[in-house]
Write a protein that binds this ligand. Structure first.
Ligand code: UDP
Ligand code: MG
Length: 314
């Protein structure tokens, strides 16, 4: 299978500290592999000189490619763009901070050659991450699994190999706020896992502050589950019955407790209403975003692609 081309897609956001090491490590790795490789760096609006590093390295390594966003669109959108620009027979998505070790790629390719079309990396352990991140990630994947009917594997990030056919299918999904690891599960095909130990970030800080983590978790849940919407309805049914019951009791027991109970009831009811409005709002905002039909991202610059690829919007 030496005539196969493998694309590696790497989303990059302010990674100038680690990028030279990443490029060197990957180039050393691909030099020893039987397949041809292209490395696609998607610069997600970095404000440092990440893009310049890639452009410079390209003078030496002609298999490097760069897609440069006009601003920060987010990790998941950067991955989506990378998959769309990739021309390989298989595409590997990995972080640019070397937390996903390239040594795992041959194992993924082996499974791909055996006929699997999605080979995802399953983390055995996570080095050097805060206990908060470990615990929240652990529970998030388990709760998500309970909330959805599609099987999104637990403890897997975006480090995975996908076959060309899967990539072509994903290209047709034009969702706002994509949750790529969920979509990859959703499209189906033959899927399997390769286990690996996730390393510590070699340099720089995580580009996933709490705010971005919460957004990702929300996108994951609202993309693939309507359970929170139903949950609100159940909860409101219980609380409203409780309120009515309290009202009846206060009527029977007498006037002294009426005011307190009424206040209690009002708080309860308005709380429920607000909860439902809030959850409806989350879903409505998704419908709103989808109805706008905006391009998912705008590419300001590409390097190393032919002209037709460069003018494609999606
Ligand atoms: N990243 C990105 N856009 C963002 C945030 C992160 O492209 O808005 C990239 C980042 O450069 C890295 C990958 O996504 O290659 C994963 O981010 P990070 O390593 O910070 O996440 P963590 O490993 O801490 O979860
Ligand atoms: Mg990382």
């Amino acid at each position: 299978m030496t005539d196969k081309l493998i694309s590696i897609v790497l989303p990059v956001y302010n990674e100038h500290e680690i990028l030279p090491t990443t490029i060197q490590t990957l180039e050393d790795f691909v030099a020893g592999q039987p397949q041809d490789y292209e490395l696609i760096f998607v610069d997600d609006g970095s404000r440092d000189y990440s893009a310049t590093i890639v452009e410079h390295a390209r003078l030496k390594y002609h298999n490097l490619k760069l897609v440069q966003f006009s601003r920060n669109f987010g990790h998941q959108i950067a991955i989506t763009a990378g998959i769309r620009y990739a021309s390989g027979d298989a595409i590997v998505v990995m972080d640019a901070d070397l937390q996903d070790p390239p040594e795992v790629i041959p194992a993924m390719i082996k499974q791909w050659q055996a006929g699997y079309q999605v080979v995802y990396g399953k983390r055995l352990q996570r080095d050097g991450e805060t206990w908060f991140k470990k615990i929240s990630a652990h529970w998030f994947y388990r709760i998500l699994a309970k909330l959805t009917t599609i099987q999104i594997p637990t403890d897997t990030g975006d480090f995975r190999l996908i076959d060309r056919q899967v990539a072509e299918t994903l290209k047709k999904v034009n969702e706002d706020d994509p949750y790529v690891r969920g979509l990859v599960s959703w499209v189906g095909f033959r899927q399997t896992a390769v286990e690996y130990e996730r390393h510590e970030r070699l340099a720089g800080k995580s580009k996933y502050p709490l705010k971005k983590m919460i957004k990702l978790a929300f996108d994951g849940i609202t993309s693939f589950s309507a359970v929170p919407l139903k949950f609100a309805t159940w909860l409101s049914a219980i609380l409203i019955s409780f309120g009515i019951l309290l009202g009846l009791i206060s009527l029977i027991v007498g006037q002294a407790t009426n005011i307190t109970l009424l206040v209690f009831m009002m708080c309860l009811c308005s709380g429920v209403i607000l909860l439902i409005i809030g959850i409806l709002g989350v879903y409505l905002s998704r419908i709103f975003a989808a109805s706008r039909q905006r391009p998912l991202y705008i590419v300001a610059n590409t390097v190393g692609f032919n002209k037709t690829a460069a003018i494609t919007w999606h």
